[in-house]
Design a binder for this molecule. Structure first.
Ligand SMILES: Cc1cc2nc3c(=O)[nH]c(=O)nc-3n(C[C@H](O)[C@H](O)[C@H](O)COP(=O)(O)O)c2cc1C
Length: 191
């Protein structure tokens, strides 16, 4: 007789911290999102031009993928009003926001129609807006669009980059936070 496979409850972490929530993602997607939110990220605004149409949205699903070739990814909700433009534009730009650009994140995160009039920017590769004041900008050619559940994963090849001497905006537990170095021994970055 086949035994029905049971999903085991997640094991504890040795009693170091009290558990806040545990469960299975499909039972409570908001709680699952709170768990994912424990992973801090930077905040980017990904922009593109498709025809006469400029698109831009706040994105924290950005990740670096490969150095050779230089690939990065981000994911977009399939229901986004802007999804067709990103799927069809041949280029996009990733603008990594600075600590003093929380409002920019909010404007582009709420999809304000006048968002591009509220920031200063210049056109990069393919006309994708490069937002002034960002700590880094990646100008990318879109190389692949992968379906992944209720999102699409866009992979871009970085054609040109720039980074500037500011501090990045970070996002953790559903709120904007500042990061600072820990005292003591520092781990060297991999190279
Ligand atoms: C900090 C932050 C991170 C976000 N990250 C993403 C993301 O990675 N992918 C995504 O599709 N939407 C993300 N959003 C939501 C989009 O920015 C938002 O849905 C979009 O700007 C609204 O326009 P739309 O109706 O065209 O989707 C994020 C919002 C915030 C505030």
């Amino acid at each position: 007789m086949m035994l029905k496979q049971q999903v085991q409850p997640a094991v504890g972490n040795g009693g170091r911290w009290p558990v806040v929530e545990r469960g299975q993602p499909l039972h409570d997607s908001r709680a699952f999102r709170r768990c994912l939110g424990r992973y801090p990220t930077g905040v980017t605004v990904v922009t593109a031009r498709h025809g006469d149409n400029l698109v831009g949205m706040t994105v924290n699903s950005f990740a670096s993928v490969s150095l050779d070739p230089p690939l990065i990814l981000w994911s977009i909700r399939r229901e986004s009003k802007q999804v067709e433009a990103y799927k069809n534009a041949e280029h996009f730009a990733v603008n990594m926001l600075a600590q003093d650009q929380m409002q920019v994140s909010q404007w582009f995160g709420r999809g304000l129609p006048e968002k591009f009039e509220l920031v200063s920017w210049e056109a990069g590769l393919g006309g994708a807006p490069l937002i002034h004041g960002a700590v880094a900008q990646l100008e990318c050619a879109r190389v692949s669009v992968q379906e992944a559940g209720d999102h699409l994963i866009l992979i871009g090849e970085v054609k040109q980059y720039a980074h500037f001497d500011g501090k990045p905006l970070t996002f953790s537990n559903g709120e904007y936070v500042m990061t600072q170095g820990l005292p003591g021994e520092q781990t060297a970055s991999p190279n």
